[in-house]
Design a protein around this ligand. Structure first.
Ligand SMILES: Cc1cc2nc3c(=O)[nH]c(=O)nc-3n(C[C@H](O)[C@H](O)[C@H](O)COP(=O)(O)OP(=O)(O)OC[C@H]3O[C@@H](n4cnc5c(N)ncnc54)[C@H](O)[C@@H]3O)c2cc1C
Length: 293
């Protein structure tokens, strides 16, 4: 079987039912999906897709946006939040915002998934795929993974972390997790529990860009953005670790709009983190990245 056939065989449509809805933060929700007896062949770091056309509640909205954009709305990708040993499939969605004067169109699918999806809702998902997974020989390449995530970019890394820690892989992990505020931190309690259970294996640093008083928070919380200083402080030897980097990047729409105005697009989290990693000597071959742009 060639690789393409293998991938096609693995990606299939599944009818699922929402078994549980967990409110993680004011704008992020986890949907636990009941998949019946289907065997779930996914790896930590994979994503699934959801086609907005299947939801009657969005039909007029989808048609309206398709007319305005002159383009069919594509399925949206969502990283898998669960790990295989958990025997359940979960995704976590952060609601995209419409900011008048800044965003061109209101977001289509994420508001429905975050705010208006109830237990018992049925939907079709397609999965599982994606290149953002642990290479099979990762333990022979490094003993340390640096996870650098922002916002919902934590989702695939959370799955990778749970998998690697529970499977007792040799890897140590440092997670640098960027959010605007302490209340925006997705999986705050769950990450803390992992840190307490695996103190030798997992270190976590939260970076909060819109908080101002560091004394309000525990010691592993810093006020400010992810910058060269934070990255350097956790990479004793920048050539020795592998980095799993996930979060928002400049979108193709932002790039096109900036080009039309003859300016450079404003860098987003992933672009700035890549530049900071390069400047402290981490090579591209050490970096695995998932771009939510
Ligand atoms: C591999 C991958 C994994 C992901 N995993 C997750 C995850 O685990 N959790 C999560 O919350 N998100 C995840 N995402 C993001 C997710 O797929 C969606 O992009 C997100 O939920 C927004 O979808 P939406 O339908 O709500 O917004 P959209 O309708 O897609 O709109 C998003 C933004 O794009 C702008 N826009 C849309 N179309 C145009 C256009 N034609 N011209 C100009 N601007 C336009 C809108 O104005 C808006 O600002 C992932 C993305 C990828 C690629």
């Amino acid at each position: 079987m060639d690789v393409d056939q293998g991938v096609r065989k693995r990606i299939k449509a599944l009818e699922v039912m929402v078994a549980e809805v967990v409110v993680e933060t004011p704008d992020a929700t986890t949907l636990v999906l009941f998949t019946g007896n289907d065997r779930l062949e996914y790896q930590p770091g994979h994503f699934l897709t959801i086609d907005p056309h299947q939801f009657d509640a969005l039909a007029r909205w989808t048609a309206f946006l398709e007319e305005g954009k002159n383009k069919k709305e594509p399925p949206r990708a969502y990283s898998i939040a669960s790990a295989r040993h958990e025997n359940r499939l979960a995704i976590t969605i952060k609601e995209e915002r419409f900011i008048p004067g800044t965003t061109r169109y209101p977001p289509l699918l994420s508001p429905l998934l975050v705010r208006r999806t109830l237990p018992g809702t049925r939907m079709t998902i397609t999965g599982f795929t994606g290149p953002y997974t642990l290479p099979p020989d990762i333990e022979s390449k490094t003993d340390h993974l640096l996870h650098v995530c922002a916002g919902s970019g934590i989702v695939p890394n959370y799955s990778i972390l749970k998998h690697a820690l529970e499977q007792r892989m040799k890897l140590r992990h440092t997670l640098i997790y960027a959010n605007k505020s302490w209340d925006d931190v997705i999986y705050r309690r769950q990450l803390d529990e992992l840190r307490v259970r695996f103190p030798e294996k997992l270190e976590i640093i939260h970076c909060l860009s819109r908080e101002s008083n560091p004394r309000r928070f525990p010691g592993h919380v810093r006020v400010g953005r992810v910058d060269e200083g934070v990255l350097r402080s956790v990479l004793a030897d920048p050539k020795a670790s592998h980095v799993f980097l996930c979060g928002p990047a400049v979108t193709k729409h932002e790039r096109a709009e900036a080009r039309a105005r003859g300016v450079e697009p404003q860098p987003r989290f992933l672009d700035s983190a890549l530049a900071a990693l390069a400047s402290i000597g981490v090579s591209r071959a050490q970096i695995h990245q998932e771009n939510y742009g």
